[in-house]
Design a protein around this ligand. Structure first.
Ligand SMILES: *[C@@H]1O[C@H](CO)[C@@H](O)[C@H](O)[C@H]1NC(C)=O
Ligand SMILES: *[C@@H]1O[C@H](CO)[C@@H](O)[C@H](O)[C@H]1NC(C)=O
Length: 400
């Protein structure tokens, strides 16, 4: 049950974003309507085993580029939940995170996926693809559990969609960016090497990767335990994904450690951008102060409303931020990389227009997220931005 709750709440967090946007709409006048983009199911998915947890075809949404962006490709990996046992994975089959039968037939393309220059200055006219997440294992699995009628085929979904996109013109890409949010942000790190090496020839000028809210930290929770580590161990074991993780990490560390971004980022060869809130609201609520870490619920007021935290609770969160900053130290020194670590309580900032690029969107040193990512991608200028600690940042779109 504990694990089921983990995934349920992650589902909840992600649902908050569209709600917040619509609330803000009331105050801003005449925002352009987002372009709706239809769902494409993978062709011959069953033959290729490119299927969701329930065996239904994996899918993606594609909006074509034009003009100067016609030969550039953005591939974005959706986030969602990890499932770690029969109960949580079978539950997912009844949702869009485990079955394409439950996916929206079309979705709005906003933020980094927007086709409007005023909303997405650098990538609006690229070919933009959003890959749906329905495998419960950050696109890493390639196995099945026959007894429970579960398919763990994230890797097949990824490979099949990439193959189809290459046929569909991506082969001739000039520039390409792999991005993703949350569980998809972790996948963008895990798959970055594959994205560049397997799928592009050396005629593609720039291939880079962006992880949004994928920097889940192997940290001590309020009980002194490591609940996220425990979840990762269970996911990897239940879905048998250990042998799918990057070889160069498995040579050094155990599989659970190789599911943590902190142990991967310094070895990723293509340029990588880490975008994260230093007080990631998912990690605070679902790992640092989760039900298992805080059974009496003494942290729940604070972890859902920062104004209700006492001094020692704030100090605990500051310790978490300091750890995150330290873990990015060597990564930040590499010229090719980018960092945007803002002192906000949020989770996923690329897909929502309000956080990606709007008048009041989050900024560090006056640089908004879309601008920082663009500066890094096109090598226009420095993009290594680490905020001062809470509560100095007044530009946040906090979720707690
Ligand atoms: C791409 O790389 C291959 C092998 O490394 C090399 O043979 C080929 O000439 C390169 N092509 C271009 C266009 O640089
Ligand atoms: C802050 O709150 C926590 C959790 O309720 C409690 O254990 C701790 O004693 C409090 N600290 C102070 C300084 O009030």
């Amino acid at each position: 049950m504990k694990k089921l709750l983990w995934s349920l709440t992650l589902f909840g967090v992600i649902l908050i974003l569209p709600f917040m946007e619509s609330k803000n709409d009331v105050h801003s006048k005449a925002k352009p309507k987002p372009t709706m983009v239809g769902l494409t199911l993978i062709k011959n998915a069953r033959l290729r085993s490119a299927v969701c947890l329930d065996g239904s075809p994996g899918g993606y949404h594609i909006h074509r580029g034009s003009g100067s962006g016609a030969k550039n490709w953005l591939v974005h990996l959706e986030g969602g939940e990890w499932c770690s046992d029969v109960e949580s994975c079978v539950y997912s089959k009844r949702t869009r995170y485990g079955s394409s039968k439950h996916m929206e037939k079309q979705i709005p393309f906003t933020g980094i996926l927007s086709d409007k220059a005023s909303e997405n200055p650098d990538f609006y006219n690229w070919n933009r693809v959003k890959i749906r997440y329905c495998d419960g294992g950050s696109f890493m699995g390639d196995n099945e559990n026959k007894d429970a009628k579960l398919q763990f085929r994230g890797k097949r979904i990824w490979n099949s969609i990439m193959t189809d996109l290459l046929w569909d013109g991506m082969e001739h890409a000039n520039q390409a960016l792999l991005s993703g949010c949350s569980a998809g942000g972790l996948a963008a790190i895990l798959l970055c090497h594959d994205f560049k090496n397997t799928h592009y020839s050396n005629s593609t000028k720039r291939v880079k990767c962006l992880s949004d809210a994928g920097f889940f930290v192997d940290a001590v929770d309020v009980s002194g335990g490591r609940s996220l580590r425990k979840l990762y161990t269970d996911v990897i074991e239940f879905q048998t994904i250990a042998n799918q993780l990057p070889d160069d990490c498995l040579e050094r560390l155990n599989p659970t450690s190789c599911f943590f971004a902190q142990n991967l980022i310094n070895k990723v060869i293509p340029p990588l951008f880490i975008l994260n809130a230093a007080y990631d609201s998912w990690q605070i609520q679902e790992s640092l102060t989760s039900k298992s870490a805080d059974p009496s619920g003494s942290w729940s007021d604070c972890s859902f409303n920062i104004a209700k935290c006492n001094a020692s609770q704030i100090k605990f969160f500051q310790g978490f931020r300091t750890r995150m900053v330290n873990l990015l130290g060597a990564f930040k020194e590499q010229r090719k990389n980018g960092v945007f670590l803002n002192s906000c309580f949020s989770h996923c900032q690329t897909e929502s227009q309000d956080t990606w690029y709007s008048k009041n969107s989050p900024a560090i040193k006056n640089k908004r997220i879309a601008v920082a990512v663009g500066d890094w991608f096109f090598e226009r200028g420095g993009a290594k931005l680490i905020d001062c600690p809470y509560p100095c940042d007044k530009t946040c779109r906090n979720l707690i």
